[in-house]
Ligand binder design. Structure first.
Ligand code: GDP
Ligand code: IMO
Ligand code: MG
Length: 431
């Protein structure tokens, strides 16, 4: 009996999940997204082509593989249609190998409006949402008022839609939000709605499935399934830096509810971390650098959001947060990305503990957002050399291997591979 392997981010997102899923896809038959939605931006690069995926799994460039959008994912039909079109322009016909759960919920134009309204109402306390409607759409799911993919072919779909839209407009008015001048992609809500409705026809070209049966049958047949996470563990709705989080379960537990697989069917859990750390949007970030080094990480790492273009906050690797994420996810293998960004650095720091009110700890406090956290660092000498000459893991510079070994030792998790460029070909497996 096959099990579902999991690939997810251990930090605040953008760890390089898209690239790594693309690299691992040849080893699998099925790639399935289990949560999140168009807030994600997963970048893939090969043959000089760069591609960013938002809702569609990162296995889509391998035509013989099956891709699944699970019930835990949110679909925004117009963004989805644009993604399908962008793939078509690169010669990929996603209708052939992409299956969509009937139970996946839809993001309506008014969910996006509410996202903006909620953020505006929060003022300085805003989360820094990607404004794709994630929070409001998951709110409707939990409130049992949402609309699912399987509903769009039902006779009362329009009625259901209008009812929900009226509710959303009422909420926006209560929040004193200026609905009339609100624009989505430079369109009024009405204009956007027309395009959104037209995009449903694109969605209907895909195979709608009961993905829980679909995935479990694949496993029964011995097919290998890889679950692709979005966001990162520190953005998890329960365990992230709440309220500065996303609205879904981004950890391994989310695979069970987002695909309909039992915990006993989870296999390896591969956790990705950058060799440093980034965060986009608001919220605590103990190792954030506000100096020239932070700026260098941003520039050399091209740390600009794949979905919003916003510049990402940068800092040193945060081991307490990494250990926390390994614990929550049951990480069996670590995958480290982007050490190449620090090739020229004289020294590299690793935060091993936090100092809070004069006491050292390696645990994340409940008051993560409210207390002053001073990172306690260990310093490593930089390797000061290009990595693209290395053809195997052991050929990496000794000082980088030392740094990686320290990460393994302190987390207690084995590193399976290191990525040393955005390109598909630059991954060194440890064997
Ligand atoms: P995701 O959301 O986890 O899929 O990550 P993003 O695509 O949002 O951000 C990761 C960025 O780093 C993308 O621009 C990737 O092309 C790039 N990237 C991934 N791995 C590496 C690496 O090993 N080295 C470098 N320099 N860039 C990488
Ligand atoms: P990938 O899958 C990085 C952040 C937003 C914001 C918070 C809530 O590419 O790693 P939301 O739109 O979900 O309401 O935003 O979460 N965020 C991400 N940060 N990578 C992502 O996805 C993210 N998706 C959401 O910046 O702080
Ligand atoms: Mg991203």
């Amino acid at each position: 009996m096959s099990k579902v392997d999991v690939l997810l981010g251990l930090q605040w997102g953008d760890e390089g999940k898209g690239k790594v899923v693309d690299v691992l896809t040849p080893q699998y038959d099925v790639i399935a997204r289990f949560q999140g939605g168009p807030n994600a931006g997963h970048t893939l690069e090969f043959n000089g082509i760069k591609h960013v995926l938002h809702i569609i799994p990162s296995g889509i460039f391998h035509e013989s593989k099956i891709n699944v959008i699970g019930n835990g994912v949110l679909i925004e039909p117009r963004i989805f249609a644009q993604e399908v079109q962008a793939l078509k322009e690169k010669g990929i016909d996603a209708t052939k190998n992409l299956y969509i759960s009937k139970k996946a919920h839809l993001i309506l134009p008014t969910h996006r409006m509410l996202d903006a309204a909620n953020e505006k109402a929060k003022g300085n306390a805003k989360i820094g949402s990607t404004l794709k409607g994630i929070g409001p759409a998951y709110t409707d799911k939990i409130a049992r008022t949402g609309i699912r993919v399987g509903d769009i072919t039902e006779f009362d779909f329009k009625e259901h839609y209008e009812l929900l839209k009226v509710q959303h407009l009422q909420t926006a008015h209560t929040l004193k939000f200026d609905v009339e001048s609100f624009k989505i992609d430079n369109m009024s809500v009405e204009e956007y709605e027309k395009e959104w409705m037209a995009s449903l026809e694109v969605l209907k070209q895909f195979k709608f499935v009961n993905s829980e049966y679909f995935i479990n049958k694949c496993l029964d047949e011995g097919k290998k399934v890889l679950a692709e996470g979005a966001q990162g563990s520190m953005l998890d709705i329960d365990f992230g830096s709440y309220p500065f989080v996303t609205s879904s379960s981004t950890i391994t537990a989310g695979v069970c509810s987002g695909l309909g697989v039992a915990p006993s069917r989870i296999g390896r859990v591969m956790g990705i971390t950058k060799a440093y750390c980034t965060r986009v949007g608001a919220g605590p970030f103990p190792t954030e650098l506000f100096d020239e080094t932070g700026e260098r990480l941003c520039q050399l790492g091209h740390e600009y959001g794949a979905t919003t273009g916003r510049s990402r906050r940068c800092g040193w690797i945060d081991i307490p947060a990494l250990k926390y994420a390994c614990m929550l996810n049951g990480v069996t293998d670590l995958f480290v990305t982007k050490p190449d960004v620090m090739n020229d650095f004289e020294e590299i720091k690793m935060c091993t503990h936090y100092e809070i009110c004069g006491k050292q700890t390696d645990e994340l406090p409940y008051e993560f957002n409210a207390v002053e956290i001073k990172p306690v660092y260990e310093t490593y000498p930089g390797w000061r050399q290009e990595l693209n000459g290395a053809k195997s893991y052991t050929e990496l510079p000794a000082r980088l291997l030392e740094y990686l070994y320290a990460i393994e030792k302190i987390t207690g998790v084995n590193i399976m591979a290191v990525s040393i460029s955005p390109d598909r070909k630059d991954v060194l497996f440890k064997q």
